[in-house]
Write a protein that binds this ligand. Structure first.
Ligand code: ZN
Length: 269
């Protein structure tokens, strides 16, 4: 072999040797390590994603469960409020004028007492009058509700209407009323008609004084209307005494806005 070939061989051996040394000491092991790291990192990321997704799903599930629980609780509370409304019972037998089956219930008639200090005082004044006139419920200014006639009994609180209202409201008969107390009540307060188809509610209020209805009294009325609706399973038409008999003062003008709300939304705002 000549010198040139020997030189080339030596160079080739050096190059190959360096390559091996390089491969085994640097590139390949390092390349393997990086790949493993990359794979591990990718696997770790996927595991993290899966865990995060699982956690998100659990949170969503928990939120849905809490929402359902809350809705259930609110519904139960609303039902309870309807059933547990605080109504003080003070039934007066002489105010009862016969049976009033659920099928006859059509109206809730709102009145003003035009005086009085509390519900019991009003009931006593009706007893003293001896005319057997009363509404089913009286609401005091502090929101106390007292019932003196059961809802399935007729109370004399509205009688016949005027200005064509009997026909307008479809209340023209008097057949289910015992008429007791008629004579002493007189023509202006005839006893039948509307009584057989309605629940009467008196608001302790003096219309002529121009006083406002206290918030507690209005809130009690909200509850009582809800209670009556719940009892009958439908919404009775709400009117006030004045809509039935235009000559009556109740309810007074300060109540007009509330009455509109009661007729459409069944609560004051
Ligand atoms: Zn009235």
């Amino acid at each position: 072999m000549n010198k040139k070939i020997i030189s080339l061989l030596i160079i080739a051996i050096i190059i190959v040797g360096t390559g091996f040394v390089f491969l085994y000491t640097h590139d390949e092991p390092q390349a393997d390590g990086n790949a493993v790291k990359l794979v591990n990192k990718a696997a770790g990321d996927i595991r993290k994603e899966v865990l995060a997704e699982k956690e998100r799903m659990l949170i969503e599930k928990e939120k849905a469960r809490e929402k359902k629980e809350r809705e259930k609780r609110e519904k139960a509370e609303a039902e309870k409020a309807k059933k547990d409304i605080a109504i003080e019972q003070n039934i007066v037998e002489e105010f009862i004028h016969g049976d009033k089956g659920k099928e006859y219930q059509k109206y809730i008639v709102l009145h003003d007492t035009e005086g009085g200090s509390d519900a019991y005082n009003i009931i006593q004044s009706w007893v003293n009058q001896g005319k057997k006139v009363a509404s089913h419920f009286i609401i005091s200014k502090d929101g106390t509700i007292v019932q003196c006639v059961p809802m399935d009994k007729i109370a004399h609180h509205a009688g016949f209407g005027n200005n064509g209202h009997n026909e307008k409201y479809g209340v023209t008969d008097e057949s289910r009323d015992d008429r007791a107390g008629t004579e002493s009540v007189g023509a202006d307060y005839s006893d039948y008609g509307m009584n057989s188809y309605s629940i009467g509610i008196e608001m302790l209020h003096n219309g002529s004084s121009g006083e406002e209805y206290p918030e507690a009294q209005l809130e009690a009325l909200d509850k009582l209307i809800a209670y009556i609706d719940n009892y009958y399973g439908n919404e009775s038409t709400i009117i006030d005494h004045k809509m039935w008999r235009t000559s009556n003062s109740d309810t007074s003008s300060e109540f007009a806005g509330y009455l509109q709300n009661y007729m459409s939304k069944r609560r004051h705002e």
